[in-house]
Design a binder for this molecule. Structure first.
Ligand code: 13P
Length: 253
């Protein structure tokens, strides 16, 4: 088993042309830490320009449609995103599950569309605070993962991101024990579906990860990287997270 650390920024609805300098600086950080796979999921408007400036980082998108073309005003297909320069795409982010009403079935279909277009996928799952408080988080998130996992999911094209909804953008994170328990539960759930492949699949943590907490989170056995919002918007804030991931690789050797 060797799971290369994966550290991905999700810029959400942030980023104008003036921020391409940050993309370039983050690409340089990726080049300086080749043991870590570093990427940025940009707003679609920046994918083409960002992929010219990406250095050693990959560029991803934040969503795609489940069909390759058609009468879907305002939507973008996986093929379009790939042509623009994306090599990855996020599916199932809670901000889309909640606000756009995306179902587990939609998310699995989007992941398959992404695969068909040659994109790799970060599949997001996570619980609400009510679920966490009720003590059901592992069971609920495991079920969500299995319901949104596409057919043929494999570690060479799909990674999972565990993002507790209540930790996103709030500055709150679960206890390290809670993250460890959840990631172990998700890997066990994956194993029921994909067997030994589960050991190869990367499971990222997301939700208020930053330079101050990354080292501790990334030290957890089943945490294979991070999906980072706010702290990925500048190279200055993102650097310590990439460095913490690299330090784990070095520690493991
Ligand atoms: P923050 O890092 O801003 O909490 O966002 C996490 C997230 O939603 C990444 O997809």
């Amino acid at each position: 088993m060797s799971r290369r650390k994966l550290v991905v920024g999700n810029w959400k609805m942030n980023g104008m042309r003036e921020h391409l300098d940050e993309v370039e600086a983050i690409g340089d950080l990726a080049a300086a830490h080749p043991a870590v796979e570093v990427g940025l999921c940009l707003p679609a408007t920046l994918i083409m320009a960002g992929s010219q400036k990406r250095g050693a980082a990959f560029i991803g998108a934040q969503n795609c449609h489940m069909d390759m073309s058609g009468a879907y005003t305002g939507s973008l297909s996986a093929e379009m995103l790939a042509e623009a320069g994306a090599t990855w795409v996020i599916t199932g982010h809670s901000e889309r599950r909640e606000a756009r009403g995306e179902t587990n079935a939609d998310i699995a279909a989007k992941a398959l569309a992404a695969k068909a277009a040659g994109l790799k996928v970060i599949l997001c799952v996570g619980e609400s605070l009510d679920v966490r408080d009720a003590g059901d988080a592992e069971a609920v998130v495991s079920a969500q993962l299995l319901a949104s996992l596409p057919e043929g999911a494999a570690a060479d094209w799909l990674a999972v991101a565990y993002e507790p909804i209540w930790a996103i953008g709030t500055g709150r994170i679960p206890t390290m024990e809670a993250v460890e328990t959840m990631h172990a539960a998700l890997r066990a759930a994956l194993a029921t579906r994909i067997g030994a492949e589960a050991d190869e699949m990367r499971i990222l943590y997301g939700g208020s990860m930053n330079g101050a907490n990354a080292a501790e989170l990334l030290a957890i056995a089943d945490v294979d990287g991070g999906l980072i919002g706010g702290a990925s918007l500048t190279a200055e804030k993102f650097a310590p997270i990439i460095e913490a991931a690299d330090a784990r690789v070095t520690a493991a050797v």
